[in-house]
Design a protein around this ligand. Structure first.
Ligand SMILES: Cc1ncc(COP(=O)(O)O)c(C=O)c1O
Length: 385
């Protein structure tokens, strides 16, 4: 018996494959974007307290009230955005489930969804599973900016939505106010949704994080997605959320209910503790990541990689063509085996694999000791290529 055809149109995540190869060769894993340092102690303690306090049964399907309240308060505090915790918020199993649920709830088969490219690899399968037709718009090198004319040309009466991922994985771009304004203008003109994906919203080294929902006329056409995973260094907790107008929240909650019933109850209770952290936590968090970015970028530059300095998130998408003529997959595997540093081949972030041929993505969400180890190994690269 064959599996459904839709599953053959996307492959297993290349990122997880690179992680497997990294452990085979005992390489430093700068491929997968998870921190190798602990999450905040107060949240760990709160999770233990919740479990010991018997918060171990299903939470309310669309999220524990204490967490939805904390999410609403966060958006008011950070972005001056009014959110009704009862009517607008759905807590999900990470931003991953959030995006899949939104696609299934709002996108009809055949609808076009605009995806700026390179893109986080999940958007492809999300679109396929919903029967949507992705329309890719390139970020322009060297700075990964969006060309206004090309963006405008991608919109049409068939456009249902655009994915707005800022800070951006894999380029580290933070979209500017002008880029957000143009996206808002085009969504309004073409009656399309802006579906945001902002798990890196608190990792900004240049510019500002903007929530497009706060643009005039956008509140009723924005689906806001974010997650706990990166902000509190707990990618394994699997908690994210969706903020949407009440008319769309209903269908989204139905899909979410049938897919998962709900996110882990004790971890939802503990998540609310993180939301109460003061500005000092977020300032230190961003400052730590900026130091790691500066460190890794200096190492890569020294070895001859070319890249735009990431403005946010924790990735560097580096062009290795000054170093090697190999294609990205061969180069990434060679580097894992021979140099001992694992990365993600650039083609995983492109619809046409050849567009990513000269890139590999490095993640710097690692302890300084891990980055020191990677730097030491990478110092041998230039001599080996
Ligand atoms: C752009 C982007 N969106 C979503 C996710 C997934 O987040 P979560 O762990 O909340 O599912 C990631 C994780 O790497 C990401 O880079």
């Amino acid at each position: 018996m064959l599996a459904a055809r839709r599953t053959s149109t996307f492959t297993e995540s290349v990122i997880r494959e690179m992680t497997r190869i990294a452990s085979m060769y005992d390489a430093v894993n700068l491929a997968q974007g998870f921190p190798d340092f602990p999450m905040p102690d107060a949240m760990k303690q709160a999770a233990c307290t919740a479990i010991n306090g018997d918060i171990n049964q299903y939470a309310v399907t669309w999220g524990a009230p204490v967490l939805r309240q904390a999410i609403a308060e966060k958006y008011r505090r950070w972005y001056d955005m009014e959110v009704d915790p009862d009517r607008d918020v759905t807590v999900t199993c990470g931003a991953t489930e959030a995006m899949a649920s939104v696609f299934m709830a709002l996108v009809e088969p055949g609808d076009e969804v605009i995806v700026p490219e390179p893109f986080y690899e999940n958007y492809g399968p999300d679109a396929i599973l919903a029967g949507a037709h992705p329309v890719f718009v390139p970020f322009d090198r060297p700075d990964w900016t969006l060309d206004p004319d090309r963006l405008r040309a991608a919109f049409s009466s068939r456009t249902k939505a655009i994915i707005v991922n800022t800070p951006h994985n894999p380029t580290g771009r933070v979209l500017s106010r002008d880029e957000m304004s143009l996206i808002a203008e085009l969504c309004i003109e073409h009656d399309a949704w802006a579906i945001t994906d902002s798990p890196y919203e608190h990792m900004i080294y240049a510019g500002h994080h903007h929530e497009i929902s706060t643009w005039p006329g956008m509140r009723e056409r924005t689906i806001t997605i974010s997650s706990l995973s990166k902000t509190y260094s707990c990618t394994g907790w699997r908690i994210g959320w969706i903020i949407a107008p009440p008319a769309q929240t209903g269908p989204i909650r139905k899909v979410h209910d049938f897919l998962t019933v709900g996110a882990p109850a004790p971890l939802q209770a503990a998540a609310a503790v993180g939301f109460a952290f003061d500005a000092e936590y977020y300032n230190q968090f961003a400052a730590h990541y900026k130091d790691r970015r500066d460190f890794l970028c200096a190492v890569l530059k020294e070895q001859g990689f070319e890249f735009a300095m990431p403005e946010g998130a924790y990735f560097v998408l580096a062009d290795f063509s000054p170093l090697s003529d190999l294609d990205d997959v061969t180069f990434a595997k060679w580097m894992t085996q021979e140099i001992g540093v694992a990365t993600v081949p650039g083609s995983s972030f492109y619809s046409r694999k050849e567009d990513g041929r000269n890139f590999v993505r490095f993640a710097f969400c690692k302890k300084q000791a891990t980055l020191d180890d990677a730097a030491e190994r990478l110092s041998r690269l230039r001599a080996r290529v």
